[in-house]
Design a protein around this ligand. Structure first.
Ligand code: 13P
Ligand code: G3H
Ligand code: ZN
Ligand code: ZN
Length: 308
């Protein structure tokens, strides 16, 4: 089984649930994630950021992901996360990725369209699919006023126009999520009426939610218990993610929860076993922590077990 694109996965899950897209940076992270997906018989997207490519190198990540496919037999999509220009998208298309994101969300509307279109033309000619982004995932504060929200959240009419003009295969939307471990100051909220409007204007079209980690309290607590300093960390509640998965969101991006699971495990292990110095002693439980967390996401939050 070669790497696959997301086209068939998204068709299969549309309106029912979302596929988990997990950021990968090294072998233990990849192994923890794919072992979980294998046990859940779930579709899977592994994504690589520009930072991950720089840290681990394209070829190492590529070979590790190919090894994961050979080892598990799972249909896995390999995706570039937040490609910021044509060149990095081209490098990933040419380098064996099956999906790329061109993130022109910081550009004016017309420039975002032009850049996305250019990437779509190049990628589609090589059988690679393209995720684009419209709207800004700024940190959302409780007191955000309506006009600030209107200028940063995805405008439904613009979303429809953007998709028709660019020919992109999926679209990341801004409805209240943000990247990292500090997503909300007050009560976590997503703009579901806005999501509903976008879905109504783009029926059957796959939407993507970035910044969708839950920032699981058990990992935050464990980090803090063993010397960490994560004060006020808060993510997207699981039931909101589950709901988004029934409203046209087909891909849910998770990175922070992987980082927290791994760091909590390493901190605990080294605190409890101060004499240990073999990396395998602390990376093995860290890999296991990632696997258990990802299984929980797939099964209980995204609801995409057995969707192959
Ligand atoms: O959107 C993401 C990667 O593109 C990750 O979001 P989190 O920071 O919420 O995990
Ligand atoms: O959206 C960002 C992802 O969490 C990737 O983060 P990174 O750029 O630090 O690898
Ligand atoms: Zn973005
Ligand atoms: Zn993102």
């Amino acid at each position: 089984m070669p790497l696959v694109t997301t086209t068939e996965m998204f068709k299969k899950v549309y309106g029912k649930c979302a596929v988990g897209a997990f950021n990968v940076n090294n072998m233990e992270i990849i192994q923890g994630i794919v072992d979980a997906a294998k046990e859940e018989n779930a579709p899977l997207i592994l994504q690589v950021s520009a930072g991950a490519r720089k840290y681990a190198k394209h070829i190492y990540l590529m070979k590790l992901v190919e090894a994961a496919v050979a080892d598990t037999g799972l249909p896995i999509a390999l995706h570039l996360d937040h490609g910021e220009d044509f060149e990095i998208c081209k490098a990933c298309v040419d380098g064996g990725f099956t999906s790329v994101m061109i993130d022109g969300s910081k550009l004016p509307f017309a420039e975002n369209i032009a850049l996305t279109k250019k990437v779509v033309e190049y990628a589609h000619a090589k059988g690679v699919v393209v995720e684009a982004e419209l709207g800004r995932l700024a940190g959302v504060e409780d007191a955000i006023n309506v006009s600030a929200k209107d200028s940063s959240y995805t405008d439904p009419q613009q979303a429809a126009e953007f998709v028709h003009q660019t020919g992109c295969d999926s679209l990341a939307v801004a409805i209240g999520t943000s990247h990292g471990a500090y997503k909300f100051k007050g009560e976590p909220k997503l703009d579901f009426p806005r999501l509903q409007e976008i879905t109504a204007l783009l029926p059957g079209f796959p939407l993507v939610l970035h910044g969708a980690s839950t920032v699981l309290p058990e990992f935050v607590a464990k980090c803090n218990e063993y010397g960490g300093e994560l004060k006020g960390a808060q993510g997207v509640p699981e039931e909101l993610l589950h709901k988004a998965g029934t409203m046209g969101v087909c891909k849910i991006n998770i990175d922070t929860d992987l980082r927290l699971a791994m760091t909590a495990s390493v901190r605990e292990h080294l605190a409890v076993n101060p004499a240990d110095f073999d990396p395998r002693q602390y990376l093995k439980p860290a890999r296991e922590a990632i696997k258990n967390m990802v299984k929980h996401k797939i099964k209980d939050v995204l609801n995409c077990s057995n969707q192959l």
